[in-house]
Every structure is written in structure tokens, then in C-alpha cells.
Design a protein around this ligand. Sequence first.
Ligand code: ZN
Length: 332
Amino acid sequence: MSWRSFPKIELHLHHEGAAPPAFIRGLAQEKSVNLAGVFAEDGSYAFRDFAHFLQVYEAATSVLKTPDDYARLTLAVLEQSAEQGVIYCESFLSPDFCGGRDLGAWREYLAAIREAAARAEAQMGITLRGIVTCIRHFGPDKARETALCAAETAGDWIVGFGMGGDETRGKQGDFAWAFDCAREAGLKLTTHAGEFGGPASVAQALDDLRVDRIGHGVRAIEDPALVDRLAATGTVLEVCPLSNIALGLYPQMRAHPVERLRAAGVRVTINTDDPPFFHTSMTREFDALERAFDWDEGVFDQLVHNALDAAFCDDATRGKLAKRLAGDADSA
Ligand SMILES: [Zn+2]
């Protein structure tokens, strides 16, 4: 069977990192911005290694400057996801990039994004919710400002708070104030850990930030006691297999720990991170996992339900999604 039409839920997607290259190229032309070196001959994003990836990422996303740009980006991203059978996704939105952490500006960006998301939902049947995300290498002070933006706009659409950026800078606990602020505002929490950081970074995320989910978390596999802890607490990992392989964490899918984590009872989910940058999509992830681990429909169904259970949306939305997964066309 083709996994393309299999209904999917995605919990780990960077809004700017999901920008289709053709969309960015078009926007750059409109604005007369020179993006030489960003694209390969075939039109995809071109980078050599992680450091160069960050440079290309920054250059590509530098053309996104206004609420209207973000509205158009939202439509392009959701169209791309809907084509892969995604019925619900949560994306990381950063007030750092949307108005420089100014609350008034952030509200304008957010309104534009939500309006585009509502249009996409009506036209394509895909539901989006936002996770406000601070950038780790910008430091704890800016994370506080980001958390305040998150707290002020928390509700049924902004449903979570998270942290991305360079995992090797500072400690998870340096950001406890921001995460406490977001938790008090009713937001669910996630942070990138155990991708470039080792298993200790995953333990710190649980102990110092008390997160509900872990972004990546795959390097927990290096500490058996931590794997047992994740399984016992039911902590959900937002695993992004082809992103990890593209960035050199693992040489190939068969070497990826997702199957060992799953077999150990850890609740894993499958996600794309920054799909066009890593030449992936939800369908490609499913195809590659099937080939490497011989997973059948029952396994994928379980993983999608892990994502449904771990989604930060309200229970009414979760109930509607559960009906769609069960094939109830009336609820679409
Ligand atoms: Zn990520």
C-alpha cells in the first residue's frame, strides 16, 4: 500500500523550516532578495553539514518579514502537509522571528497565521495548532520575553511552549523561568533534547523543565535506565528519523534507535522537523521505516494514536481527530 493516504498526525514541525523551496524562491524574487547559494540545481535547499545547514536555513527564512508573509507561508506549509495525508499538525512558532518578541507585533503575526490556518482547514481538512518556541542560543532572558508572549496568547490555538535552537548551548535548567511561566498559563511543554545533546540532556529536560514531551530524545537509547524511565512515565518522544540521518546522527535508518525505543515501551511518534531541508515528508518517513524495520499497518496505526494522545490540543479537537482516524467521514 502507499502510506501517502494513511491519515497522519505530526507534532514536531518548524514553521519556517517547513517552507517549500519554491515558495521561498518566489518570495525572494518579489522582494528582490539575492538567495545565491541557498538552492541546489534541482531547486531544493543545498547544504553540506550542520553548520552550513544553519546558514542556509537562516538565509532562506530571512525573506519572511511580515504577518502577510507568514500567512502565505502557513498556507504553503499546510498544503504540503495535507498532500501527505496529515490531518493535524502542531508547528513551532517563534516570536523572535515574528515581531522580535514584541507582544503587539506577535499578536498581529499570530492573527495572520491563524486566519490562514482556518482557511486551510476549510479547504484541505488539515488542522493546525501552534507551539510558541524560544531559541536556546538566544539565551534565557530572551526566552523569558518569548514565554510572556506565549502566556498572553495561550488558549485553544496556542497550546504549547517549547525550545529549539542549539542544544549544546547552556543547560535546560537555565530556561526554567520561561517554562514555569508557560506552564502557569496553562500551556503544555516540550523541548529539544537528546538530539545533539546526550541522554543527560533528556533527563535534565524532565527534571528541570518538567516537560510533557521531548523533541527528538533519541539519544536516550545510550542510557538503559533512562529508557526505562521514559517508558514508565509514558513520556512521548517527537522522533524525526530522516532529520537525524540527514544531520549525521545515524548513518542509515536501520541504525536509528526508533525501533529499539519502541520495543522498550517508549511512546514514540514520527515527525519531519524541517522537511524540505532534509528531503523528507511524512510519507517518506513511513516508507523508510517500513523498509528498514518491516513495520506493518498496526505499528503505524499505534504511532499515529500515540501522536493523537500526546497532541496538546483540547479534548474536543482530539475527539474529532479520533473519529477521522477511525474513518468517520461525517466528522471531516
Ligand atoms: Zn526540531
